[in-house]
Design a protein around this ligand. Structure first.
Ligand SMILES: [Fe+2]
Length: 151
């Protein structure tokens, strides 16, 4: 499996790129809009086709890159069913799976940080987003400049 953890140092966001094999399908979790060109370069370097872009929840500390990635690659955009974001083309629920070639993520509904927070699990690792930051962004010092719901 190809597994890359990418840090946006401005928002301290970790983004994950996964693929089952070189030359195959890829998915990305929690992309940041300012880094979309870098993600596209990396996909090209690794000869990967982005087929799904996932947001674990609506973020207050950065603007999501899923819309820009969809525009650039025609990938499917994925969020939990609680999300009211209209750029989402696939809405998932607890117990669902998000699949690409050779990779299957188990979907877990984990509200607490926000009402739309989900985790995505492989057999040996879990992508938790901000799940451990309970009770949202405000109490963790994030400013109100990008409130929930605004992408
Ligand atoms: Fe968050």
């Amino acid at each position: 499996m190809i597994f890359r953890q990418l840090l946006d140092s401005v928002s301290c966001t970790y983004t994950y790129l996964l693929a089952g094999r070189p030359g195959g399908e890829a998915l990305i979790i929690d992309p940041v809009i300012e880094k979309v060109d870098r993600y596209l370069e990396l996909l090209k370097e690794l000869d990967l086709t982005l087929v799904k872009a996932i947001d674990t929840h609506v973020h207050a500390d950065h603007i999501t890159g899923i819309g820009a990635l969809r525009d650039a690659t025609h990938c499917v955009t994925v969020m939990g069913k609680e999300s009211k974001v209209d750029m989402v083309s696939m809405r998932v629920d607890d117990g669902d799976k998000v699949e690409i070639e050779n990779i299957s993520l188990d979907v877990m509904y984990t509200p607490g940080h926000t009402d739309d927070s989900y985790c995505f699990a492989l057999p040996d690792r879990v992508f938790t987003g901000d799940t451990l930051l309970i009770r949202g962004h405000r109490e963790h010092g994030f400013p109100e400049r990008r409130p929930h719901g605004r992408l």
